[in-house]
Every structure is written in C-alpha cells, then in structure tokens.
Design a binder for this molecule. Structure first.
Ligand code: NAD
Length: 356
C-alpha cells in the first residue's frame, strides 16, 4: 500500500499505525497539520472492508478537521483516528486502554474525541491511560443543567446559526417563520436542530430510518414524516442533511427543490465537483465543515477548562460571520462556496510568512 502517493495524502505531518495483539487493537492515527495548534479530532470505530479503506478515511477526515478548526478560528490543528473493527462486537475496555497508551505516546500532538462508533463512556475509559482525550467531562449547559461531554447540542446550535445566515443571504430575511426545512436524519444533531427550527417558526419535513424518532418528531414538533426518497423531491426552502455523508450528488440535485443546503452532516458532497454544480444552480450551500463546527468549538473550551455556555455560544455565533464572508466572496468572484471555503481554510493554515 503506497502512502505518500495515496490520492488523499495531503502532506500529513504524521501517520501512526497502532496495534495491540492482546486486545486486538488495530488503529490508524493521522495528524494532518499542527500549524495552529495541537491536532484535535474524533476517534471513529468502524468495520472497514480493508486497511486501505481505513487509511483513506483517516487521511480525509484529518484534513477536514484542520479545515474545520481553521475556519472556526480555533488554535487547533487537524487530526483523526480510526479503530478497525465492529463497535458492538470488537470493542472492549482493554482495547480502549491500549488505544489510550498509544495516544499517551504522542505527547499531546493529537487529542482524541468521540466520533461515530465511540461514546462518552469510551472516552472515559481511554482517559484511564492518557490525558490526551476529550469529551468525557460533565458540563453545564445554557439552561444550567449538567450534561455529558456530548458535543451534539453545540453542533446543532451552530447549524441553526448557519441556517439563519444562509437565509439572510439567499432569501434576504432574518426570520424563519413558515420556511419549509427538510431534515434528513433525526439523530443527536438532527433532532436538536429540528427542535430549534420548530421553535423559530419553521415548518419541518423529516426523514430517518428509525421509526421511533420520526414518531417523536411528528408528535413533539408537528413534523411531516416522509421516506428518504420523498424528502429529496419535496418542495422546500432549505435542505438540512444531518445523517450520513454524500447526500448531495449530481443525481439528487436533479430533484432537489431547496435553494439552500445547510445541515450538520460531514462530507455532504459526494465529490468536490458537486460544489460547482450547486453554485451553477444558484443553490446556497453552507460548507459542511464550517456550519457543523459547533461541536469542536465546544470541545475546545472543555479542553481549555473554561467551558462557560455564554462564551461557547458566543464563539459558535461566529459561524454566521464566517459563512457571510464565504457567501459574499463567492458572489463577488463567481466561485463555488465549497471551493472558496477550502481556499480560506488553506490561507489560515499557512505558517506566517508563506502564502497559499
Ligand atoms: P447520529 O448517529 O446520532 O444520527 C444520525 C441519524 O441519521 C440517525 O437517527 C439515523 O437513524 C439516521 N440515518 C442513517 N441513515 C439514514 C438514511 N439513509 N436516511 C435518513 N436517515 C438516516 O449522528 P449525529 O451525531 O447526529 O451526526 C449526524 C451527522 O453529523 C454525521 O454526519 C456526523 O458525522 C455529523 N457531525 C456530528 C457532530 C456531533 O457533534 N455529533 C459534529 C459534527 C458533525
């Protein structure tokens, strides 16, 4: 397997291949860029088809974290880790502790956090063998309630802020009253976002593969439930992808009626070129790693030890200005929002004295 010639290798600073025979741990830790600070990013536990698929994922995801933190104006670099295996059958405390020891050996160049396949409880076990893990503390939320290290409420709030920015730019209005929003995926982020949208007066079309959350959204939020395919064709103002990546493809764009795409999912575009298609069709796209940065902002303050809800939310509110800058520069230069976000992120990652 070639690494330096891999199509997703982007001058990553460090790639660690980790194994522990006794516990069955097989993991890859990638540090993409630390120009702005130590690398922070989630640990994904996933049954990759092969090692190559795991490497591809960690290379892409770690670069995405560098871009996300740079756009959120955090003093953080980008990194990510993947543990190869099935989270429900291969995960065990010894494996997580062995993973923690590998993190400890990196001396804080990379700090792990929760991601798909890992939980706050897992972060607590990893913390038994290293300090270089985040998302295990209890925090006080804006309502004064104690909650776990789960970053999804902050991610959902950031998406809500981002949707308002997109509406302001695209529809020239500051309220969401009676706007129709299609939410794809009502999980930790999507359901919370749907609740915020409902409270702001938006009308909801929702889809998920979990019938229980659909029923809850119908009863609690008056949402109109649809099949995944129906939602992609339904008349709506805003499409909010909050499930898996790859929701926006040339195929889905032939049916999509929304003029705004803004949601919490990572890797929403199936390919970078799809960002150009969105631009050509006049659809305002809020680049995923900009609008869904609320969670990393939340974790950043947790690491600093200064996690006050008002301070965290004020930082998350900055997503509005960042998106406005992207939308305005995009309009002025006739460049896709997605490409422009990448350009700004690379500018911010450059060491002082060099240019992008
Ligand atoms: P989650 O697993 O809690 O929720 C995902 C939801 O999508 C589930 O309800 C699931 O049933 C549903 N779903 C799965 N496949 C679907 C399909 N084909 N059609 C419709 N619904 C489907 O995950 P989450 O934490 O809410 O994260 C959602 C997305 O946001 C992911 O892409 C994640 O990477 C991204 N994200 C999450 C955070 C965070 O703080 N949790 C931060 C940044 C980005």
């Amino acid at each position: 397997m070639s690494i330096f010639a891999h199509p997703d290798f982007d001058h990553h600073e460090q790639i660690n291949f980790v194994s522990d025979e006794a516990s069955g741990l097989k993991a890859i830790i990638a540090v993409h860029n630390t120009n702005l600070g130590y690398a922070l990013g989630g640990t994904r536990f996933f049954p990759y088809a092969n090692d190559h698929a795991a490497l591809t994922d960690v290379l892409r995801l770690s670069r995405g974290m560098s871009y996300k933190s740079a756009m959120a104006r955090l003093a953080l670099g980008g990194g990510k880790s993947v543990i190869i295996g099935h989270p429900s059958t291969d995960k065990n405390p010894d494996l997580l502790r062995a993973f923690g020891r590998a993190l400890e050996g990196m001396n804080g160049r990379y700090v792990a956090a929760e991601d798909s396949g890992t939980s706050v409880a897992d972060m607590k076990i990893i913390h038994e063998t290293t300090e270089h893990v985040s998302g295990y503390h209890e925090k006080i939320d804006a309502q004064g309630q104690v909650r776990s290290g789960d970053p999804s409420p902050a991610t959902a709030y950031g998406c809500f802020v981002g949707i308002k920015a997109a509406v302001e730019h695209q529809l020239q209005r500051r309220d969401l009253n009676d706007l129709v929003v299609g939410v794809q995926g009502l999980g930790s982020v999507g359901f919370r976002l749907a609740r915020l949208l409902h409270e702001a007066g938006a009308r909801l079309l929702v889809t998920d593969i979990n019938a229980a959350v659909l029923q809850q959204a119908q009863e609690e939020l008056g949402a109109h439930v649809m099949s995944p395919d129906q939602l992609m064709r339904a008349p709506m103002d805003i499409f909010a992808p909050c499930a898996l990546g790859g929701a926006i493809t040339p195929e889905t764009l032939t049916h999509l009626q929304a003029t705004i795409v803004a949601g919490g999912a990572n890797n929403q575009l199936d390919h970078p070129d799809t960002g150009d298609l969105l631009h050509q069709r006049g659809i305002c796209y809020a680049p995923d790693y900009v609008i869904n940065a609320g969670g990393i902002i939340d974790i950043y303050y947790e690491r600093l030890g200064t996690h006050e809800p008002a301070r965290v939310n004020a930082h998350i509110d900055g997503i509005h200005a960042t998106l406005m800058e992207i939308f305005q520069r995009s309009a002025a230069t006739d460049t896709a929002n997605s490409a422009l976000a990448d350009t700004i992120a690379r500018e911010r990652l450059m060491p002082l004295g060099k240019s992008a």
